[in-house]
Write a protein that binds this ligand. Structure first.
Ligand code: ZN
Length: 253
């Protein structure tokens, strides 16, 4: 039996599934990484000059202009077969609205900020680094989606009138504690965890997968390149997400 066949069997049999995705799956939809997007006018900036609380206090217009460009790229992109396969996996594993031991559980934690998982139909989703198509109030934390026609002058909060910022985690900021706690609660008891398109160097991808392994679960890594997780994973499939994920779901009853 090949690794792919063996991994497919484990995934099909599991009632509790957790998934982590990173930049690799978005790259297949044409979304450049932060650094790859820094071309032309933006090449002269250091990343922390565009994506840190200090940069935003200093010059909110420049930060919003950068995110306006990222937002346009995201809107021009579409979910790929990897995103769609994860939404299909959730529908198969989640037999009820509430997760429990009998009905199974599913959670997708993503490091991506592009919202492509929602657009593909994923619902049990934790965005560890936020979402750049939303704004968040600096004062009261109200969130709202950015409209298509947003001028990208810093928007003002509909509730309290304070300035809003991109709803993303910046350099020097902590991950949202609630999102991280939700992810840990899903990865620790998972029978199968998928780690997709992430270098597994950036936390918390590595530590979440280790939680699954420590509890006797199976970790399936999907990444064309080897990563620090590769020697530890139960199965490592050196494939793109858009090929591996549909192949893992192939032939299920
Ligand atoms: Zn507010």
């Amino acid at each position: 039996m090949t690794d792919l066949e063996h991994a497919r069997q484990c995934l099909q049999a599991a009632h509790h599934v957790a998934v982590m995705t990173g930049a690799g799956i978005s790259a297949e939809s044409g979304i450049p990484t932060f650094r790859a997007a820094q071309t032309g006018h933006w090449a002269r900036f250091k990343p922390e000059d565009l994506a840190s609380p200090q940069a935003y206090w200093r010059d909110p217009e420049t930060v919003w202009a950068w995110y306006a460009g990222r937002c346009r790229e995201v809107r021009a992109a579409a979910p790929n077969p990897g995103h769609l396969a994860l939404a299909a996996l959730e529908r198969r594993k989640r037999k009820a609205e509430t997760d429990d031991a009998e009905t199974g559980s599913f959670l997708l934690a993503t490091q991506n900020v592009d919202g492509l998982h929602q657009r593909a139909g994923s619902r049990r989703l934790v965005e560890l680094h936020g979402n750049l198509t939303r704004a968040r109030c600096e004062r009261c934390s109200v969130r709202q989606p950015l409209t298509e026609t947003e001028p990208f002058t810093p928007p003002h909060c509909p509730a309290c009138g304070a300035k809003m910022r991109p709803d993303v985690v910046w350099f020097g900021e902590n991950l949202p504690p609630l999102a991280l706690a939700q992810a840990e609660a899903a990865f620790a008891p998972a029978q199968v965890t998928l780690v997709i398109g992430t270098s597994s160097v950036v936390e918390p991808a590595a530590s979440l997968a280790l939680l699954t392994l420590d509890n006797g679960g199976t970790v399936i890594e999907i990444n064309p390149e080897p990563t620090p997780l590769t020697p530890l994973a139960s199965f490592s499939l050196p494939m793109s997400a858009s090929r591996a994920l549909p192949a893992l779901l192939e032939g299920w009853q």
